[in-house]
Design a protein around this ligand. Structure first.
Ligand SMILES: Nc1ncnc2c1ncn2[C@@H]1O[C@H](COP(=O)(O)OP(=O)(O)O)[C@@H](O)[C@H]1O
Ligand SMILES: O=P(O)(O)O[C@H]1O[C@H](CO)[C@@H](O[C@H]2O[C@H](CO)[C@@H](O)[C@H](O)[C@H]2O)[C@H](O)[C@H]1O
Length: 475
């Protein structure tokens, strides 16, 4: 089979079985009916062949476009065996991200700013690259696929696509333009066209080789505390509160920088009503998936109702949108925020909308709670461990808010002489009612996320909801 279109059509028949096993595939909750190739671009001809595909995946009630990079060889070497997808016409086709020869080609295309068919490989202004390095998949639990090139670059290939702007790329660009020091510099992009509109396919960034994920640091600290016989969180060697304080400062600074770059505005009662309704709708959807949430529903509804009838105004701006300890990296110079894409489950068009910065604060507060309680997920009856986990969570949540409040208190006016949004917010704990509702909303999202992806962790957000609905708006 030599014709590329025939090869791709035959390959597409093998994709319904392969897609659900991929970590980044967002539709694992229902069977894949069919996969239809929308665009095929030959990036490298011969043996190996490198194909860029945009396919439409059809499931019960949805059709969504995904990006695939496919390698094809006459003979599949042993080290690529695990990446095999199908062998249309006897020619093995596989996930190209695992083939160093093919990933090197992507970096070269970026370095040379190539145009191939409708694909544009471009560098940000003033950037030049050292090509030649081979990329390897980062191997993280991801919604997308990232390739790391030596100690220098990381290329994120977005998997589920939507035409129009990319929140991740645009927010990185805006933050870099105002000199934000809490992000990895954006270096380049890959764009194409989908349904007649531009679409962002990839983002190249500076790779922070010395970085440690916040989640790894926080859970190590929890582990050390839980292993101690009788020390408290502030006495244990691996105390995290200093880092949590610095992280609060970093998040507030990124909010101030996003405001400086893209501005803020006041959201009125109608938008708050809409936000409250959105929270209530999500609760109803998740209740259908996870009936165990039922006993807490009345108290959660009450909290969301209170948002629905708030009179405002509440200040909104561009935010991170899915902030948690897995989205922050600690380098020797301080904390960085990564992945400004918003919640993976949200429709892509909705992810660029402005929100209250308290949404990110709520995400991070949830994450401290997660870090503490996931460690004892299989020992729910151990009161001593539960008390200690709670102590760790409270101490670090509070240090994070202190850090945020310190930056908010000293925030300089924006270009227009106006105070930035974070100065209007001040200490996040002043907004207990809204923050509580945002935390509950995030926990509801997490319940759906865990139910679909990691059922063994479902009890973590469920237990948080139980605590939150008993304790109320308490930090
Ligand atoms: N600039 C970077 N430097 C070092 N590691 C990074 C960088 N960006 C991302 N990572 C690592 O890659 C992982 C996945 O990146 P992320 O942007 O969160 O992808 P996804 O959108 O697929 O969730 C992160 O958890 C982090 O460990
Ligand atoms: O990093 P992603 O953008 O893919 O975010 C999704 O996956 C996260 C898990 O990897 C999930 O985060 C939840 O688990 C984290 C620990 O693994 C915890 O730190 C977070 O607080 C918790 O929300 C995230 O919600 C989801 O969108």
């Amino acid at each position: 089979m030599h014709d590329t279109q025939d090869l791709v059509r035959a390959l597409a028949d093998g994709l319904p079985a392969w897609l659900p096993a991929q970590r980044w595939f967002a539709g694992k909750d229902r069977p894949v009916r069919s996969v239809r190739p929308l665009h095929t671009t030959v990036l490298l001809d011969g043996d190996p062949l490198l194909l860029h595909l945009v396919v439409e995946v059809e499931q019960q009630d949805r059709r969504e476009p995904y990006q695939l990079l496919i390698g094809c060889r006459e003979q599949l070497p042993e080290h690529l065996g695990a990446s095999w997808i199908a062998s249309p016409g006897g020619r093995p086709c596989y996930e190209a991200g695992t083939d160093p020869e093919l990933t090197a080609h992507l970096l070269t295309a970026l370095a040379e700013q190539r145009h191939v068919g409708e694909l544009r490989f471009a560098l940000e202004d003033g950037v030049s690259l050292r090509a030649g390095a081979r990329g390897r998949p980062i191997g993280a639990e991801q919604s997308n696929t990232s390739l790391v090139y030596g100690h220098d670059y990381i290329l994120k290939l977005f998997r589920r696509l939507a035409p129009g702007p990319s929140a991740d790329l645009d927010r990185h660009r805006a933050l870099h333009a105002v000199g934000c020091t809490h992000i990895a510099q954006p270096l380049g992009s890959i764009t194409g066209r989908l349904h007649g509109q531009p679409v962002v396919l990839g983002m190249l960034q500076e790779f922070m080789a010395d970085a440690v994920e916040g989640w790894a640091m926080a859970t190590t600290s929890v582990r050390d505390l839980l292993a101690e016989g009788d020390l408290h969180a502030d006495e244990a060697g691996g105390d995290f509160a200093g880092e949590a304080h610095r992280l609060g400062r970093a998040v507030a600074t990124v909010h101030a920088d996003l405001d400086r770059a893209l501005g803020h505005r006041q959201a009125g009662a109608d938008e708050l009503a809409e936000a409250g309704e959105r929270m209530l709708r999500r609760l109803d959807e998740v209740l259908l998936q996870v009936p165990a949430l039922g006993p807490y529903a009345p108290a959660i509804r009450e909290a969301f109702e209170r948002v629905r009838v708030m009179t405002g105004p509440v200040v909104v701006q561009q935010v991170h949108g899915d902030l948690h300890l897995g989205q922050v990296l600690r380098t020797v110079h301080g904390w960085l925020l990564i992945d400004f894409e918003g919640e993976p489950a949200a429709p892509i068009a909705k992810r660029v909308l402005p929100h209250t910065p308290l949404r990110d604060v709520a995400g991070m507060l949830r994450s401290f709670d997660y870090a503490a309680h996931q460690m004892i997920v299989d020992q729910p009856a151990n009161k001593q461990l539960t008390v200690r986990a709670l102590e760790w969570s409270r101490r670090n949540r509070s240090a994070f808010c202190d850090g945020y409040a310190a930056v908010a208190a000293g925030a300089a006016p924006t270009g227009a002489g106006e105070p930035p949004a974070i100065a209007l917010i001040g200490d996040p704990r002043r907004h207990a009612r809204l923050l509580h509702a945002l935390e509950l909303d995030k926990a509801i999202y997490e319940i759906a996320y865990e139910n679909a992806n990691r059922p063994e962790w479902l009890s973590v957000p469920l237990a948080s909801v139980a605590r939150m609905t008993t304790e109320g708006e308490h930090l």
